[in-house]
Unconditional design. Structure first.
Length: 244
C-alpha cells in the first residue's frame, strides 16, 4: 500500500559530509529492506503489477551502482566512438544518455509539481540537483554493496543543526566530520572527467560534451565541499536550493 500523502519531515544537512552520511544510511537501509521484503512480496498472492512496482520501489538505490559504472565507461566511450566505424554507435549511445537523463528530469519535475505551487521556478535547480546526485554516486554505490553483503552495520546518526532561513549559526558548531581524505575518490573522478571534457572538445563530440561536463562538475563540486567542510570551521554553505 502506497500512501503518497503521508508526510515524514526530515532535515537535509547543510554540511556535505553529514549529507553523504545520511544518504549512505538511507541507501543501505533501502537495500536491506529490499533483501528482507522482496522474497515475501513475490511469494504473496498480490497482483503482478504490485510486485513489479514494489521491486522498482525497493531497489531504486541500485541505480547508484549503474551511475558509478557509467562514470567509468562514459569517458572511455569517447575513444570507442571516435575510432569505431559502426554508424549506429553514436546514435545508440546518444539515445541511452538522453533517455536516462530525460527520465530523471521528468521524475524530479513531477515531484516538484506535486509538492510546490511554484514548481516551474524550481525546475531551474534540476541540473544542479542531478549533478550533486552524480557526485555522491560513488559513496552511495559503496553503501549499496554493503547493504547487499552485510547483515548489520554501524549506525551513524546525522548531525542536526536546526537550520532555518537566513540562519548561519551552524558554522560555529563543533559536531562535524573531519576527514579530508573522504574527497579523494571524487577528486580523482573530477580529474578523469576534466580530461574527458578536453578529449570530447578535441574529438568534436559535441553531443557528449554537456553530459560529460555535468558529470565532471558534479564530482568536482562534491569533492570541493567535502574537503572544505572537513578542514575549515568557516565552511561554504550548502546551497539553499538543495534544502528546499
Amino acid at each position: 500500500v502506497y500512501l503518497p500523502d503521508v508526510v515524514c519531515p526530515a532535515e537535509l544537512p547543510v554540511d556535505i559530509n553529514a549529507f553523504k552520511t545520511q544518504q549512505n544510511r538511507w541507501t543501505m537501509g533501502a537495500i536491506q529492506t529490499a533483501k528482507k521484503m522482496l522474497p515475501t512480496i513475490w511469494r504473496s498472492p498480490l497482483p503482478l503489477k504490485v510486485k513489479v512496482e514494489a521491486t522498482f520501489h525497493l531497489t531504486a538505490c541500485v541505480g547508484y551502482l549503474l551511475a558509478a559504472a557509467l562514470s567509468v565507461l562514459l569517458p572511455l566511450s569517447l575513444y570507442f566512438r571516435s575510432y569505431s566505424h559502426w554508424p549506429l554507435t553514436g546514435f545508440l549511445e546518444g539515445m541511452a544518455l538522453a533517455a536516462t537523463t530525460i527520465s530523471l528530469g521528468i521524475f524530479y519535475a513531477i515531484c516538484q509539481k506535486d509538492l510546490y505551487v511554484d514548481w516551474k521556478t524550481r525546475l531551474r535547480n534540476l541540473p544542479l540537483m542531478m549533478s550533486v546526485g552524480i557526485g555522491i554516486c560513488l559513496s552511495n554505490a559503496k553503501a549499496v554493496l554493503l547493504g547487499l553483503t552485510h547483515r548489520q552495520f554501524e549506525f551513524h546518526r546525522t548531525p542536526k543543526y536546526s537550520v532555518v532561513e537566513k540562519d548561519r549559526s551552524w558554522k560555529k558548531k563543533q559536531y562535524r566530520t573531519k576527514n579530508p581524505l573522504a574527497a579523494m575518490a571524487e577528486i580523482g573522478f573530477a580529474a578523469y572527467f576534466l580530461i574527458a571534457v578536453y578529449a570530447a572538445f578535441e574529438l568534436k563530440q559535441w553531443f557528449s560534451l554537456p553530459f560529460i561536463a555535468m558529470f565532471g562538475f558534479g564530482f568536482a563540486y562534491v569533492a570541493f565541499l567535502t574537503a572544505a567542510h572537513s578542514m575549515s570551521r568557516t565552511n561554504s554553505e550548502f546551497p539553499k536550493a538543495l534544502l528546499n
